[in-house]
Ligand binder design. Structure first.
Ligand code: UD1
Ligand code: CA
Length: 457
C-alpha cells in the first residue's frame, strides 16, 4: 500500500462523561494499554506518514501518556463536536494532500485488515469519503446510515433520528477515509443546528454528496470490531474480546493455556513455545517468558523477564525482576524490582527479594528476606535468613560471596560482607564482616538447669 500520502487523525478530546471517571476516557487501560493506544498502533501499522491526535479533556495527561511516539498533538480547547475536532487539525495538516484516515480514540477493537479493506475500497472507487459501517442487532446510541437506492445518503445521530431512522440497523462506526484538503473545505459548511448543538463530523456525508463527490460505505464483517467504549460495561466487554485475541495468538504460538477464559495477559507480553500457564495467572506490562516454563495458578508477573525452564509456583508475585533459566520460585514468593537471578536459583515459600542479585545455583528455600544484596554462586540461605538493610534512615548493602552457607534464623546486619565459603551458624546475628573460609557464630551459650521444670510443677 502506498503510504506517503496518508495521515491519521485520532479523536481523543472528549471527556467520556459516561465513564464517570476523573481520568480521561482514552487513558483507561485495556489489557495494560491506554484505550487510544490501539488506534495509534493501527495508524503505525498502516504506514501513515503522520499521526495527529486531537486532545482536550486532560490534554496534558493524554499527551504525556503518548509522549515519544511520533505523534503530533492538536488541542481542541472546547469540545464542540467531532466535526469541530477534525476542524482544529486543519492548520497542522495545511500542506497535506492525500488520504486522511480518521480514527476514534475510543474504538480499540478494529483490525488492521478491516482498515486495509476500507482504504482499498476508498481508493478503487476514488471516493471523497468512505465511511466504515456495521450492522448491529441493537444500534442504540450510534449514528444510523440512511441509504437511498443502496447509496449512502447521510448519517443521522440517535438523538436527531425519527422512529423510522432509529429502526435502521446499519450504523456509523465513526471511522472514515477522507480526501484532504477537500474534507476541510466541506467541514466549513457544517453547522451545529441539531439536538446536541454540536458540530457533527457525520454531516460531511450529506455535504459531500450534495457537492457531487463520491461517497462510499464499507460494511464491516465482524461488527464487534467497531464497538465504541462509552461506559465501563463496554470497557469490560472490549477487554474480554481483546483478551481472547491475545490468548489465541499465544496458543497459536505454542503456549498452553489451561483455561484461556481466566488467563490475563497484557498486550505486550511475550511467551515462548511449550510454556504452560495455569488459570488465574496475570502477566502484565513488558513481561517476557521463555520456553518450557510453567506458571502456576495465582501468579502475578509484572514487567519481568523469565528464562527457559523456570517454574513459578502458585500465588507468587514478581515485579521488575529478571530470571535466567531453570529457576524455581514460590509458592507464595515475592520478587520485587531489581531482583536478578543468574540461573538455577530456588526461592521458596515466603521469600521476599528486592534489589538482590543471586549468582548461579544460589538459593533460599523458606521464610527469607533478601534486600539490597549481592550474592555470589552456590550460596544457601537457611530458613529465616534476613538481610537487615534498613536502619530507619538509610539502606545498606549485604555482600555474600560464593559458596557461603547461612544457617537458619540468622540476621545479617548491613553493611556487611560475608567472605567466600564461610559458614554462619544458625541463630546468629552478624554485625561484622566475616572473612573467607571462617565460621561465624554470635549467640549466647546455652545454659542447662537440671530438674527445673519438675521443681516448677
Ligand atoms: C460518534 C458519531 C456516531 C457514531 C459513533 C461511533 C458523530 C456526531 N457521531 O458518536 O455517528 O455512531 O461515534 O462510536 O460524530 N471527540 C473529540 N472532540 C469532540 C467530541 C468528540 O475529540 O468535541 C472524540 C471523543 O473523544 C471520541 C470520539 O471523538 O474519541 C467520538 O466522540 P463521542 O462523543 O464518543 O461520539 P458518539 O456520540 O459516540
Ligand atoms: Ca463514542
Amino acid at each position: 500500500m502506498s503510504t506517503a500520502n496518508m495521515v491519521a487523525v485520532i479523536l481523543a478530546a472528549g471527556k467520556g462523561t459516561r465513564m464517570k471517571s476523573e481520568c480521561s476516557k482514552v487513558l483507561h487501560p485495556i489489557t495494560g494499554q491506554p484505550l487510544a493506544t490501539f488506534s495509534v498502533q493501527l495508524a503505525e501499522k498502516l504506514g501513515c506518514s503522520q499521526t495527529v491526535m486531537v486532545v482536550g479533556h486532560q490534554a496534558d495527561q493524554v499527551q504525556q501518556a503518548f509522549a515519544g511516539q511520533n505523534i503530533s498533538f492538536v488541542l481542541q480547547q472546547q469540545q464542540l463536536g467531532t466535526g469541530h475536532a477534525l476542524m482544529v487539525t486543519r492548520k497542522a495538516l495545511k500542506d497535506f494532500t492525500g488520504t486522511l484516515l480518521l480514527l476514534c480514540g475510543d474504538v480499540p477493537l478494529l483490525r488492521e485488515q478491516t482498515l486495509k479493506e476500507l482504504l482499498n475500497q476508498h481508493r478503487q472507487s476514488q471516493a471523497a469519503v468512505t465511511v466504515l459501517t456495521a450492522t448491529m442487532d441493537d444500534p442504540t446510541g450510534y449514528g444510523r446510515i440512511v441509504r437511498r437506492a443502496d447509496e449512502i445518503e447521510r448519517i443521522v445521530e440517535e438523538k436527531d433520528a425519527n422512529a423510522g431512522e432509529k429502526a435502521l440497523q446499519e450504523i456509523n462506526t465513526g471511522i472514515y477515509a477522507f480526501e484532504a484538503p477537500l474534507v476541510f473545505q466541506l467541514l466549513h459548511q457544517i453547522s451545529n443546528n441539531n439536538a446536541q448543538g454540536e458540530y457533527y463530523l457525520t454531516d460531511i456525508i450529506a455535504l459531500a454528496k450534495q457537492a457531487g463527490h463520491r461517497v462510499c460505505a464499507s460494511l464491516l464483517k465482524d461488527s464487534s470490531e467497531s464497538m465504541g467504549i462509552n461506559d465501563r460495561i463496554q470497557l469490560a466487554e472490549a477487554t474480554t474480546i481483546m483478551r481472547q485475541r491475545i490468548n489465541q495468538q499465544h496458543m497459536l504460538g505454542g503456549v498452553t493455556l489451561i483455561d484461556p477464559a481466566t488467563t490475563y495477559i497484557d498486550l505486550n507480553v511475550e511467551i515462548a513455545a511449550d510454556t504452560t500457564i495455569y488459570p488465574n495467572v496475570h502477566l502484565r506490562g513488558q513481561t517476557c517468558i521463555g520456553h518450557h516454563c510453567t506458571i502456576e495458578t495465582g501468579a502475578v508477573i509484572d514487567s519481568s523477564t523469565i528464562g527457559d525452564h523456570c517454574l513459578i509456583k502458585a500465588a507468587s508475585a514478581l515485579e521488575g525482576s529478571q530470571l535466567a533459566e531453570h529457576c524455581t520460585i514460590g509458592p507464595m514468593a515475592h520478587l520485587r524490582p531489581g531482583t536478578i537471578l543468574q540461573g538455577h536459583n530456588k526461592l521458596g515459600n515466603f521469600v521476599e527479594t528486592k534489589k538482590a542479585v543471586l549468582g548461579l545455583l544460589s538459593q533460599a528455600s523458606h521464610l527469607t528476606y533478601i534486600g539490597d544484596a549481592e550474592l555470589g554462586c552456590d550460596i544457601n540461605l537457611g530458613c529465616g535468613t534476613i538481610t537487615c538493610n534498613y536502619d530507619g534512615v538509610n539502606k545498606h548493602k549485604t555482600i555474600i560471596e560464593d559458596g557461603v552457607f547461612v544457617g537458619s534464623d540468622s540476621q545479617l546486619i548491613a553493611p556487611v560482607t560475608i567472605g567466600r565459603n564461610s559458614v554462619i551458624a544458625a541463630g546468629s546475628t552478624i554485625t561484622k564482616d566475616v572473612p573467607a573460609d571462617a565460621l561465624a557464630l554470635s549467640r549466647t551459650e546455652q545454659k542447662i538447669i537440671k530438674g527445673w521444670s519438675k521443681r516448677k510443677k
